[in-house]
Design a protein. Structure first.
Length: 73
């Protein structure tokens, strides 16, 4: 099973970006997507941004993931 997680782009340079999810920041590769900008939300899998998404979708996905994690603790 593969899982992609929504991240918010906080900075970018060339094909790399710093992205944030729930206060955790990491460097990701954005070369797959043509039009990624700061403050965009992207789905990240294995360190690669694979799809842009809007803020509402990202927040709803993060809410569901958080609920799932809470149920399994």
């Amino acid at each position: 099973m593969c899982l992609a997680v929504p991240y918010k782009i906080i900075s970018k340079q060339d094909i790399k970006a710093i992205a944030d999810v729930l206060g955790v920041q990491k460097e990701i590769d954005i070369r797959i997507l043509d039009d990624v900008e700061v403050n965009d939300y992207v789905l990240v899998h294995a360190g690669f941004a694979i799809q842009k998404m809007n803020q509402e979708e990202a927040q709803e996905t993060l809410k569901l993931l958080n609920e799932l994690c809470q149920e399994n603790i």
